[in-house]
Design a protein around this ligand. Structure first.
Ligand code: PMP
Length: 404
């Protein structure tokens, strides 16, 4: 009798359906030099200083575990950044007996999200997430036997307090917001954040702000002055994280991967109420243990790296996409991240999957909207091809939208 492992698989694993996105990747692997507008990571190399520092850390012997909280110097630099950026004063001494911390370095943004879900959600609990969502969000709830409650944000993809309020129940533990967003690139305004934050505070639930794309906000969508303009010239992306004494309910989750071209390094950080962050740290200690040590040393240099040229390049790609597609369909203008969520003209009567298939026939790879939502009425276009290729891909999509 052969070993029947299938019968042993948990309902947790069985309940995850990753087939939509897997199909796109599998197809992409078989296409020869496609115009690939499906990718969720930047196409630039990390800053030289970041790469040098990580490589040096290996040679200098930074290859063992760090504290679960993260390497001391990275923690210090991250705390300084949070102070200059949003005015958040991280005052803690992790590692000392009985010490509590507000800051935890995590294994990617995904690590931070996972720890937050594990620390907050139990069977039957609810987490409000935007629809459309980043693919992992519903799964976070599922893995904790909790429910993801979808907040319909079509057609403008704005997660407003007005839309969230009716969804909050006695079982709600957290509201997950993401700005700039995946899949739409939409940036919340300071007023939208203020209203959503006030709603969560009043209801006594956590506002989890996934700010993985915070630095990757285009100039024209930046509207909030940095807390310390001397340290961070110019404007930044609005965030609910300002520490004015009224937002202990905010859990900030950020990452290094997208902004600095190091998605494979798996590094991020979270900041929030010590009582919550300490629970998350406990789970990290018994699962991830600590984020990759030499790479933690590498990203210390990230805080001194100027990525504005790369971000401006992506803004110009965004402009190209809007120039080609806006005349033929609705596209909520992305203010950041690498994506646009493009509506399929209703008159065509095609689903996102059908448009995806037509694109594949013409050597263009993008992602059907149904991967990010129960609806399949859009396609996600990534801005990760350089301008001439992106224009070519966008024109093919425009032709399909025009029935050609
Ligand atoms: N949140 C969002 C909105 C994302 O788009 C991604 C990555 N695509 C993540 C989190 C996970 O990022 P990381 O690689 O840092 O785990």
């Amino acid at each position: 009798m052969s070993f029947d492992v299938d019968r042993l698989i948990s309902s947790r694993a069985r309940g995850i359906d990753a087939s939509g996105i897997r199909r796109v990747f599998a197809l992409g692997a078989t296409m020869r030099d496609p115009i690939n507008l499906s990718i969720g990571q930047p196409d630039f190399a990390p800053p030289e200083a970041v790469a040098t520092r990580a490589a040096a850390a290996i040679r200098e012997g930074h290859n063992g575990y760090t504290q679960t909280w993260g390497a001391a110097e990275l923690r210090t630099r991250t705390a300084e950044h949070l102070k200059a950026d949003v005015g958040w004063d991280i005052a803690d001494t992790p590692g000392a007996p009985g010490a509590e911390t507000e800051l935890l370095i995590t294994s990617g943004t995904s690590g931070g999200l996972m720890l937050a879900a594990m620390a907050l959600l139990g069977p039957g609990d609810e987490m409000v997430i935007p629809d459309p969502y980043f693919v992992c969000y519903p799964t976070l709830a599922h893995m904790c036997d909790a429910n993801a409650v979808l907040c319909d944000t079509y057609p403008d993809f704005r997660l407003t307090a007005e839309r969230v309020e009716p969804l909050i129940t006695d079982r709600t533990k957290l509201v997950l917001a993401n700005s700039p967003s995946n899949p739409a690139g939409v940036v919340m305004t300071a007023d939208e954040w203020a209203d959503l934050s006030e709603l969560c505070r009043a209801k006594g639930v956590v506002l989890l702000s996934d700010e993985i794309y915070d630095e990757f906000t285009f100039r024209d969508a930046r509207s909030e002055p940095a807390h310390d303009p001397a340290a961070l010239p110019g404007l930044r992306c609005p965030s609910p994280a300002r520490r004015d004494g009224s937002n202990e309910h905010v859990l900030l989750v950020r990452g290094f991967g997208k902004t600095f071209g190091v998605t494979g390094w798996r590094l991020g950080y979270v900041a929030g109420a010590p009582a919550l962050v300490n629970q998350m740290a406990k789970i990290q200690q018994y699962t991830f243990v600590c984020p990759p040590t030499p790479l933690q040393h590498g990203v210390i240099a990230a805080f001194d790296s100027d990525m504005s040229a790369q971000i401006d390049e992506y803004q110009s790609r965004r402009d190209t996409l809007l120039e080609v597609l806006s005349p033929v369909t609705n596209v909520a203008a992305p203010g950041g991240a690498f994506y646009a969520f493009v509506e399929i003209p209703e008159s065509l009567g095609l689903t996102g999957t059908q448009v995806f298939e037509k694109c594949v026939e013409r050597n263009v790879l993008l992602i059907p909207g149904g991967v990010f939502s129960p609806r399949d009425t859009h396609v996600r276009v990534s801005l990760t091809a350089a301008n001439p290729r992106l224009r070519e891909g966008a024109e093919i999509l425009r032709d399909i939208f025009q029935g050609r």
